[in-house]
Design a binder for this molecule. Structure first.
Ligand SMILES: Cc1cc2nc3c(=O)[nH]c(=O)nc-3n(C[C@H](O)[C@H](O)[C@H](O)COP(=O)(O)OP(=O)(O)OC[C@H]3O[C@@H](n4cnc5c(N)ncnc54)[C@H](O)[C@@H]3O)c2cc1C
Length: 412
């Protein structure tokens, strides 16, 4: 890629799109870069939206607005890419204009899954993905609305924590037998459930929503399959997100639960890349491609695509990781939690600090879930990457340093 002719066009001005544009410039790419985003806002951080969701703290720009003009990155905000003509290497925008590209990067993210029950379109039924969503939620909670959250995933549990901390009545309704069932181990779910209940959040697991009860077009509560009514003025639906891969589908790119890419972010068309929530990517140690929704994941993929576009060697794969804040618990998770792991708990010296190690049958560390234990997180993440067997007894003993465990492996 020489940097002449048509620009690199990035579809989606979210975390991945903005990071990639910046990385291209930092890496010396001198060709045109156009960042097209359907939201009107300059690219911003999404994680604060479920941890603050109102006030200026919730609106944190990824980079100052002047960064883009100062680095010759053309922003086209408030307009979506509606079609891709791959043979002509052009995209069409909702405002009717067209752009030629030398490389196209899809960074379109994901969209909250809708709740397929009667009443789900009533006023007061919200989802949380964008800054505008967060503002709507913040306004509802400032009124002191009672909050029901459908879905005990990370976003739902984070919102529950912030709302409870402001004294709001919160009920979490989860279809599975435990919260965070898709993304966390059973022990972490149990500890977090305890932490939430201790602070007054009502958590109902194994509970199916039958309908949103409404009056005058406004949500008034949730009706569960067993007939129970959970009264609420605001209902937040947080039942996961689906990849925003419609554009890729329509243009004939290979998709299967997200846009399929290789370890350089390349799709089935060598001139088109996909990164972040929309992409399904290979990851060492997994059986097939995975779709991850996290900032470290999209950042890693932005690095991969930068290297590919500059013809540089592709970066070494990283251990996936994620963070979440709930009350005073700072959670950091590395690796992927899966079935068949044996969990070894390592309790921290400070109250509320712990690390849960997920071991494979061969005693390698597949994942580590930590709370208020940044040192254990860093060492645990390294153990996940090393994939050498460890001694579970020493792992559980906080007196034995994780560095020693990493150095000696399963031996004593
Ligand atoms: C409330 C919340 C809290 C989170 N907290 C954490 C956290 O604590 N830690 C963590 O690691 N991750 C967290 N995440 C996940 C993280 O924010 C995402 O994984 C990350 O933003 C993905 O980046 P992306 O570029 O793939 O998508 P996004 O950042 O979602 O950006 C996609 C952008 O593309 C735009 N777009 C879509 N289609 C088009 C089109 N056709 N044309 C133009 N623009 C288009 C969208 O409007 C959007 O602005 C959180 C997510 C949410 C919603």
């Amino acid at each position: 890629m020489t940097g002449t002719g048509d620009p690199v066009v990035i579809v989606g001005a979210g975390h991945g799109g903005a990071t990639l544009a910046a990385l291209l410039r930092q890496s010396g790419y001198t060709g045109g870069v156009v960042l097209v985003g359907s939201e009107v806002h300059h690219p911003y951080h999404r994680p604060p939206l479920s941890k603050k969701f109102a006030g200026p703290e919730a609106h944190q720009l990824l980079r100052p607005a002047e960064f883009y003009s100062g680095n010759d990155i053309r922003l086209r905000l408030g307009t979506a890419v509606t079609a891709i003509d791959r043979s002509a290497m052009r995209v069409r925008l909702a405002d009717g204009t067209e752009l030629g590209y030398r490389a196209l990067v899809l960074a379109t993210g994901s969209t909250p899954r809708p709740l397929p029950v009667p009443g789900a379109d009533a006023a007061g039924v919200l989802t949380l993905r964008t800054l505008d969503d967060a503002r709507a939620l913040g306004a509802a909670l400032e009124r002191g609305d009672r909050l029901a959250i459908v879905g005990g995933g990370y976003v739902g549990m984070e919102v529950a924590a912030v709302a409870r901390s402001s004294g709001i009545a919160v009920t979490v309704v989860e279809r599975e037998e435990r919260v965070l069932a898709r993304v966390a181990g059973a022990e972490l779910s149990r500890r977090l459930t305890d932490a939430h209940r201790l602070r007054g959040t009502e958590i109902r697991t194994g509970a199916q929503v039958r309908a949103i009860r409404t009056a005058d077009g406004r949500a008034r509560g949730i009706e569960l399959a067993d007939g129970t009514l959970v009264a609420a003025d605001t209902v937040l639906v947080g039942i996961g997100a689906a990849p925003d891969d419609g554009l890729a589908h329509r243009s004939g790119l290979a998709c299967d639960g997200g846009v399929l890419v290789d370890e350089q972010g390349r799709t089935s068309d060598p001139a088109v890349f996909a990164i972040g929530d929309v992409a399904r990517r290979p990851l060492p140690g997994t059986d097939g491609p995975v779709r991850l929704e996290s900032i470290p994941n999209v950042t890693e993929q932005a690095r991969q695509v930068t290297a590919a576009l500059l013809g540089a060697a592709h970066p070494a794969p990283e251990v996936p990781w994620f963070w979440s804040d709930q009350f005073d618990l700072k959670l950091k998770i590395a690796g992927l939690v899966g079935p068949g792991h044996r969990v070894v708990a390592r309790e921290g010296r400070k109250p509320g600090a712990f690390a849960l190690f997920h071991l494979t049958p061969g005693n390698t560390v597949a994942a580590v879930e930590t709370a208020n234990a940044p040192g254990d997180f860093v060492a645990g993440k390294k153990l996940v990457g090393d994939r050498t067997p460890v001694d579970p007894v020493r792992l559980a003993d906080p007196a034995v340093s994780l560095r020693d465990i990493a150095a000696t492996g399963a031996g004593v």
